[in-house]
Design a protein around this ligand. Structure first.
Ligand code: HEM
Length: 290
């Protein structure tokens, strides 16, 4: 069994040309297995969530009824990225599993939309949003340790409530960065192999081996994205996560959900109140915290 498909170049060199397409099924089955195992675990084994401290009524009273979570710009970015991502997945993989159509043009157009939207997101997140909110911090690491110990029945204090994003979401974002950037960087070069409106076609830009490796990386990132996107959609549809999904549509989450899962000291929200002035709360800009 070979994970790659090979060909012989005009110079007699054996070069990889892309991944073996059965990996599409491996990725899809891995994603579906994850969903089944997770859903069964939550249904039959998981205990109720437990956090270290609940909020004092004084702080709770100052939290607005609708807690702003995603600005309109951040939501537009998310849905444009999602549309281009689904278009890329369907145009890439449907022809490989038997549904033939002229996919390449739709694919590079969706790829260009994704590339521009990601460039925009990097600038937006770096200069206008709270950049560090999506990277694991020390409390996340300490609490991950506590959660693992508790999972195995060992004594450990309960974790604190989350900042804006739980550790799982931060790790997922990291995986999407790796797969997304790999597919974008290779995809931009691969546009030289096909006719686009951006630059003249130049299949001689790289040697056969380099092109081959590029197609392999593009394919690996692509099948990785099948698994990652399946997981993302599954979590988005799960009943206990629906308030988070709704916040990606309407921009806010309810005060009750916020207080249940989030720590106002780690993710202060403002609006009518000013939690940054409350004891223990860090200051943070709230208008466009994405
Ligand atoms: C979800 C993300 C993506 C997935 C799943 C994906 C998947 C694929 C797959 C499986 C192929 C076939 C490659 C082969 O035959 O070995 C392909 C080709 C291609 N991709 Fe993507 N891709 C993605 C993102 C992108 C992006 C962001 C761009 C452009 C910026 C892009 C541009 C291209 C081009 C131009 C080709 C055609 C190459 C050719 O036919 O020679 N892709 N993609």
């Amino acid at each position: 069994m070979d994970f790659l498909e090979w060909a012989t170049s005009p110079w007699g060199q054996r070069v990889p040309i892309h991944i073996a397409w059965f990996l599409i099924w491996v990725a899809a089955i891995a994603g579906l297995l994850f969903l089944m195992v997770h859903a069964s675990y939550v249904r039959y084994f998981a205990k109720a969530k437990e956090f270290a401290n609940s909020e004092s009524p004084l702080i709770a009273a100052r939290i607005p009824e609708h807690v702003p979570r995603h600005s309109l710009t951040a939501r537009l970015f998310h849905w444009i990225m999602a549309a281009s991502m689904f278009t890329l997945l369907f145009t890439a993989f449907l022809p490989k599993v038997g549904l033939q159509f002229d996919w390449v043009t739709y694919h590079w157009i969706a790829g260009s939309v994704l590339t521009v939207s990601i460039l925009f997101h990097i600038i937006h997140a770096s200069f206008f949003m709270d950049f560090w909110s999506i990277w694991p911090d020390r409390v996340d690491i300490r609490d991950a340790r506590r959660r693992i110990l508790r999972f195995f029945g060992k004594p450990a204090p309960p974790p604190e409530r989350f900042a804006k994003y739980p550790l799982e979401n931060k790790l997922y974002h990291g995986a999407i960065i790796a797969a997304g950037l790999s597919s974008i960087l290779t995809g931009v070069f691969m546009m030289f192999r096909v006719r686009t409106v951006f630059f003249p076609r130049n299949p001689y830009l790289f040697r056969d081996m380099t092109w081959g490796m590029m197609y392999v990386l593009h394919g690996l990132a692509g099948v990785g994205l099948i698994t990652l996107i399946l997981m993302h959609v599954y979590f988005g549809l799960r009943p206990e996560k629906r308030p988070i999904t709704k916040s990606m549509i309407f921009g806010w989450m309810s005060r009750d959900f916020y207080l249940e899962e989030h720590d106002p000291a780690r993710w202060p929200v403002g609006a009518s109140s000013s939690p940054s002035r409350l004891p223990g709360a860090k200051t943070e800009r709230l208008t466009d915290a994405g």
